[in-house]
Design a protein around this ligand. Structure first.
Ligand SMILES: *[C@@H]1O[C@H](CO)[C@@H](O)[C@H](O)[C@H]1NC(C)=O
Ligand SMILES: *[C@@H]1O[C@H](CO)[C@@H](O)[C@H](O)[C@H]1NC(C)=O
Length: 509
């Protein structure tokens, strides 16, 4: 009996140690680290801890209790330390008439949230450079973070090694990892939207596209008015290339380059799921594993051309195949530099091996062409825990879990993804922002989608439409999907409608 007990205990210890090793990196929960009142006083935690976390590459999410009847949780695209405060840009919002409905003529609503309690908001109509208002306000904020392990690589302005090895950034990129940088001079932290490794595998460079121009005003960062997108490419040799483009029009505001001292962070919460050749034939892993992961809420990345990894902004499952819509990719002339004239390098990547590309100038409806190619791809899935907390039927009936579980997760800063089941395909999205309604429902907004269609003659693939439009959606727990459509690069309304669909909700705490 004594031996059995010891044996069991031994097993428990082994399991516990194995799990705690992983839990450090991949099972760390979103943690409330700091909360400020509207007047800037600390109501929870310490501001210094928030600053320390953002300067150590942490991911951030912010909950604002006073936005909407039950509160509002937003994703954050980048953070910056300014004096002894942190400001965070949250850019993915399209204006709403209710928690589950867009306005008829909506605008992009960019917010800059600072730990002083100050929030600055700039609004632009969709598809043109027309402001719909700019103002400041003060709100209570709850700051949630998820920490990264120590930097894998750290260098000075001129690219001299301080610690780690550039090879670890390259290995992590090739393993599908999330890559973040902290610019130590600017106190700036951001996750790369895509990564590319040089042909000789000595340099890696990541693009960050979701940043709107800002300026300091006292202890806060604010939008400037007449705003532009600040596209950047960050390279492991210290080079940063910047290209600036007016919000809503194809007007260049210049380009520049700088040398910055950076820390590079990588998570290890990814595994290879499926690798296929240009004909979509299996080389490693399994399509079933990839599809199962997609359908249970997991994030996905794709490696193409042996060099570029990127996360899809929307995933379509059709006829058992995975189609990844890639929107967060802009044209470069070489590894580290944007082209002079910048265009979107949008793609749909399918597990059949098909890659469809569409090239649109940023800020205008100007199609520079498209290509269809067959190529080998490697697909990665995240190994974090995604809990299915709710399944609602298209009429809102709860089939599994409960709305309260979803709301409880949102109140803890959790990331939310969801799957929409249509008759002959399914779509998965991450929620860019989430609003809790007065009657205990949730509306989840997704901004980065461009209209697709079933590829003629294929039972598996989807592709771009001829005259594509932005497909903004709010999916709610009542089963309603509100859709606002705007021609890519133009202020042209392509209809505001809604439909009803079965939704499965997944959360990562
Ligand atoms: C700031 O806000 C907090 C919480 O709302 C409140 O308790 C405190 O009295 C306020 N302080 C000032 C100086 O207004
Ligand atoms: C701007 O970009 C062009 C190439 O696209 C480059 O030749 C030029 O040097 C860049 N200017 C600056 C200031 O970096």
């Amino acid at each position: 009996m004594g031996w059995l007990y010891i044996l069991c205990l031994f097993n428990v210890i082994l399991v516990t140690q194995a799990q705690s090793g992983r839990s450090l990196a991949c099972h760390q929960r979103w943690t409330l680290i700091f909360a400020n009142s509207a007047n800037g006083t600390t109501v929870y935690g310490e501001k210094d801890e928030l600053i320390k976390a953002t300067l150590s590459g942490a991911d951030v999410r912010i909950f604002i209790p006073s936005w909407g009847p039950g509160g509002y949780l937003t994703s954050i695209q980048n953070t910056q330390t300014i004096r002894n405060n942190v400001c965070a840009q949250a850019l993915f919002h399209v204006s709403k008439a209710a928690y589950d409905t867009f306005q008829e003529v909506p605008y992009f609503w960019f917010v800059n949230l600072c730990s002083t309690g100050h929030v600055h908001m700039a609004r632009y109509f969709i598809g043109n450079h027309v402001s719909a208002g700019i103002n400041g306000d003060y709100v209570d904020m709850q700051w949630y973070i998820r920490q990264y392990p120590d930097p894998v690589y750290s260098h000075t302005q001129d690219g001299t090694v301080i610690s780690g090895n550039v090879r670890d950034v390259i290995y992590a990129t090739e393993a599908g990892a999330d890559i973040r940088i902290v610019d130590r001079q600017l106190g700036y932290g951001v996750r790369m939207d895509n990564m590319e490794v040089s042909y000789d595998r000595t340099v890696a460079a990541g693009q960050s596209l979701w940043h709107v121009s800002e300026r300091m005003n006292g202890p806060n960062l604010e939008f400037q008015g007449d705003d532009y997108w600040w596209f950047s490419v960050w390279s492991t040799d210290g080079t940063v290339d910047i290209s600036r483009w007016n919000v809503g029009e194809h007007v260049k505001r210049g380009n520049s380059s700088m040398q910055q001292s950076m820390n590079w962070y990588a998570d290890s919460c990814w595994q290879m799921a499926y690798k296929h050749d240009a004909d979509g034939l299996l080389e490693d892993g399994s399509l079933e594993l990839l599809r199962l992961a997609v359908e249970t809420g997991h994030r996905v990345k794709v490696l193409i051309d042996g060099a570029i990894t990127v996360e899809p902004d929307q995933i379509n499952v059709r006829g058992g195949h995975i189609n990844a819509e890639i929107l967060s990719l802009a044209s470069k002339q070489d590894l580290k530099t944007f082209t002079d004239d910048v265009f979107w390098d949008w793609r749909v990547l399918a597990t059949t091996g098909t890659e469809t590309s569409e090239y649109f100038n940023v800020g205008e409806y100007f199609n520079r062409g498209n290509t269809i190619k067959k190529k080998p791809m490697t697909w990665f899935i995240d190994t974090r825990t995604w809990n299915r907390v709710l399944v609602n039927e298209k009429d809102g009936t709860v089939l599994a879990g409960s709305k309260q579980q979803l709301i409880d997760a949102i109140l803890l800063g959790a990331e939310v993804r969801y799957k929409l089941t249509f008759t002959s395909n399914a779509i998965t999205h991450q929620a860019d922002n989430l609003e809790i309604s007065a009657d205990g429902n949730v509306g989840a907004m997704h901004v980065r989608s461009v209209s697709l269609k079933f590829t003629p003659g294929s039972a598996y693939e989807v592709t771009f439409q001829n005259s594509p439009y932005w497909w903004f959606t709010i999916v709610s727990t009542t089963g309603k999907v509100d859709i606002s459509r705007w021609t890519v690069g133009e202020h042209v309304n392509r209809r505001h409608t809604h439909l009803f669909v079965k939704v499965e909700w997944f959360v990562s705490f």
